[in-house]
Unconditional design. Structure first.
Length: 398
């Protein structure tokens, strides 16, 4: 009998990555296209409202792209809409949020040492932040502040930073990261669903009815599209963050996220300006410097005492006892933890050979970063972690 939950997770995650590639690719392409446009040289194009054009070559063919200032004077017979990439990315991402974090809230979302929440309470808080984030973002866009891109960006970034700080005191580090990503991703998808596509539909309807389209509609859609472009790289970072405890297993993980997001935005801005012909290398240097600064400030690393400290001797039996007590409920060929149907990532500790084989992983997760057991739900003590570290280092000959 196939493990339906695992295969469903694989299918949804695979689909989510593919849809995300399609959405991000179209976003990057159209921002490049807008920035690369040059005034049309053909007088007929100028009279027909063409605001810019660009020539490109790809895959052995030449392409001539034109963009109208507002809209063409007629409705073309074939019009491609870029929307399904965004919808598919959001729907699949939200499905993953449910499958991984909400169905397994006790395991991945709740940290009892921060706040003793019931799964329903944790899920309600998460959904409230996702929905509330969109309402705040949309209201900000529609206010006078939305007319000033720099001020708007600073306030929206600060709002997400405050949300990260708060959620870090409510959820696990992983749970906080994924919900900031969900808040940002929801705003991006809602931009497409609630603003960009509806505005484009109004323009199409005006063309079909012989009315002159309102240029403000295109400007508003362009604003939201540009916002999406800048939010893309921080969201991608969050998508992969669960693989790197150094990001979320940190007393200041909300600042780590903010610093890396700011670095990514700076680098994205460099490329957007470069596509427009402005080579402002300060932005990309600032982005790289920001990454290095975050690495230097927040990745101090954790160390354990040398194997001979205080004459401590740790036997294989001691290690097996610790592993069985704190790890084997999940990492076994027959997991007993609620919600865990098979050993995460196929890592099992049923035999001593398996423990030795995975010793570096155990050291990283349980000793160095202390991210396992998740939420320390089995109350692994500092002494037990210390013993594991001594045994692993001794086995490595260090």
């Amino acid at each position: 009998m196939p493990d339906i939950a695992t295969w469903l997770n694989i299918a949804v995650r695979w689909f989510h990555v593919i849809a995300g590639i399609a959405w991000i690719g179209s976003s990057f392409y159209f921002i490049w296209l807008d920035n690369a446009l040059k005034p049309p040289k053909d007088e007929t194009d100028q009279k027909n409202g063409v605001g810019g054009e660009v020539w490109a070559v790809h895959g052995g063919g030449f392409y001539h792209k034109k963009k109208y200032g507002v809209a063409p004077s007629f409705m073309p017979p074939d019009l491609h809409w870029f929307k399904w990439e965004a919808y598919a990315t959001f729907v699949s991402g939200f499905a993953l949020l449910i499958l991984v974090y909400y169905f397994n809230a006790d395991l991945y979302l709740i940290d009892k040492h921060k706040m003793a929440l019931e799964p329903a309470q944790a899920i309600a808080i998460g959904l409230a932040f996702i929905g509330g984030g969109w309402l705040f973002y949309d209201s900000l866009c529609k206010s006078k502040i939305g007319e000033n891109n720099k001020l708007f960006g600073a306030i929206w970034f600060s709002a997400l930073l405050v949300a990260a700080y708060f959620l870090n005191h409510v959820f696990s580090g992983r749970g906080m990261y994924i919900h900031i990503g969900a808040m940002t991703g929801a705003a991006m998808a809602a931009n497409v669903f609630a603003i960009i596509i509806p505005n484009q539909k109004i323009v199409v309807a005006d063309l079909l009815a012989g009315r002159k389209p309102d240029p403000k509609l295109g400007k508003k859609a362009k604003q939201r599209s540009t916002h999406n472009n800048y939010m893309t790289l921080p969201v991608v970072l969050i998508m992969i963050s669960n693989h790197y405890p150094v990001l979320f297993d940190n007393d200041y993980n909300w600042l780590v996220l903010a610093g890396l997001a700011a670095s990514a935005i700076s680098i994205r801005h460099f490329f957007n300006r470069k596509h427009a012909g402005h080579y402002e290398y300060g932005y990309i240097l600032a982005g790289i410097a920001g990454f290095i600064l975050v690495m230097g400030l927040f990745d101090e690393g954790k160390t354990i005492a040398a194997p001979t400290t205080a004459g401590v001797a740790v036997s294989d039996t001691d290690v097996r006892t610790i592993i069985r007590m704190h790890c084997s409920a999940c990492h076994s060929d027959a997991p007993t933890h609620v919600g865990v149907n098979e050993a995460p990532k196929g890592v099992m500790f049923d035999k001593m050979d398996e423990i030795r084989k995975n010793a570096p992983r155990i050291y990283e997760q349980a000793v160095e970063h202390e991210t396992m057991p998740l939420g320390n739900e089995t109350n692994m003590t500092a002494e037990e972690r210390h013993k594991l570290g001594i045994w692993i280092k001794a086995a490595e000959g260090k």
